[in-house]
Design a protein around this ligand. Structure first.
Ligand SMILES: [Zn+2]
Length: 147
């Protein structure tokens, strides 16, 4: 799945995989402008409450690369990572997180744990860069359609 993309095209890949699975939640992993993997929330399909998009894409790429350290990768996700996913992002060593809708916005559509991703990162030793509100309109459209 490796190909050269712009930041917008990488988030678009996350949006497309979410659309295909009729969920507001899609995620993609890229190294610079190279897209490596994309996945959607699979909680219903897998009967697995932990199968969030971010967890799915981390598992997919770690398995693909046969390594647990994903440092240098940027995670794109349509919605701000929940505390479970943010913890997985920290454990995997991902360097940068780009997201569309933040937790306050997601909370207007469904229940959320009210702890922000940056707050979790600040309590770890990881130095993660955040880019919130990226392609917000397109990401919120998914929440409107599928939540
Ligand atoms: Zn999550």
């Amino acid at each position: 799945m490796m190909s050269i993309k712009s930041n917008k095209e990488i988030m678009q890949a996350a949006i497309h995989v979410a659309e295909r699975n009729e969920t507001p939640f899609g995620a993609a992993l890229a190294m610079g402008n190279e897209l490596f993997a994309a996945a959607a929330n699979q909680t219903s399909q897998k009967s697995d409450p932990t199968a969030h998009a971010e967890i799915e894409v981390i598992r997919k790429l770690a398995d693909q690369l046969q390594k647990k350290d994903l440092s240098g990768f940027t995670l794109y996700t349509t919605c701000e990572p929940c505390p479970m996913c943010m913890s997985a992002i920290i454990w995997s060593g991902i360097s940068t997180v780009v997201y569309g809708c933040d937790i306050p916005i997601i909370s207007t559509y469904m229940k959320q744990i009210q702890i922000r991703a940056e707050e979790i990162a600040q309590k770890s030793s990881a130095d993660i860069e955040f880019h919130p509100g990226f392609m917000l309109t397109e990401c919120e459209d998914l929440l409107r359609k599928y939540s």
